[in-house]
Design a protein around this ligand. Sequence first.
Ligand code: TMP
Length: 210
Amino acid sequence: MKRGLFITMEGIEGVGKTTNLESVYHYINSHDIDVVITREPGGTELGEKIRGLLLDHRNQNIANDTELLLMFAARSQHIAEVIEPALAQGKWVLCDRFTDATYAYQGGGRGIDSQRIAQLEQWVQGALRPDITLLLDAPVAVGLARAAKRKGEADRFEREKQTFFERIRSAYLALAAQHPNRYRVIDAAQTLDQVKMALETIMAAVIKSA
Ligand code: TMP
């Protein structure tokens, strides 16, 4: 059985990650590929509970290392319960955020040393890394303006300042430069239709070479 492909989608708040992930999911599915869609933090019953703790804005005093460890605790469960079994069965996994978000948010955003994140990555994931990472990139002001239009209360991350998201965007772009074979950077300041088309072109090539 050929192992499935592990595809992740990343970006700052308001770049249209969730909407575009859905369309990538349908695009892959329409090519008769069995694909599992999931997200981080979360993706399992336990992981979704950890997500609740991480996003709850009332948890104001979460230490940076606690935040980092909770991300990896949720990830460990997600890998064991969802990601690895699916990939081993030949299914593709499409994941809304993964460890690059930890490098960007806890590393770039919170200032945790990336070496420390790399140690946890090695411990929790072993050799598991995404095959393809789709980075939706847009200026922070564009993302935050779109995110502000969403209904509902802002979560613990969404309440951060613009400078926090500037550091995250820079960290993502640095990761993309570090891993040019794995990363595909999409200009998310374009219209939704243009972004969708760009993603379909990328996915057509990925499917062709798989
Ligand atoms: P979401 O907005 O994509 O649903 O993700 C929830 C938040 O969690 C988002 O603000 C980014 C944050 N996050 C991290 O800080 N580190 C991580 O490793 C992951 C997966 C998400």
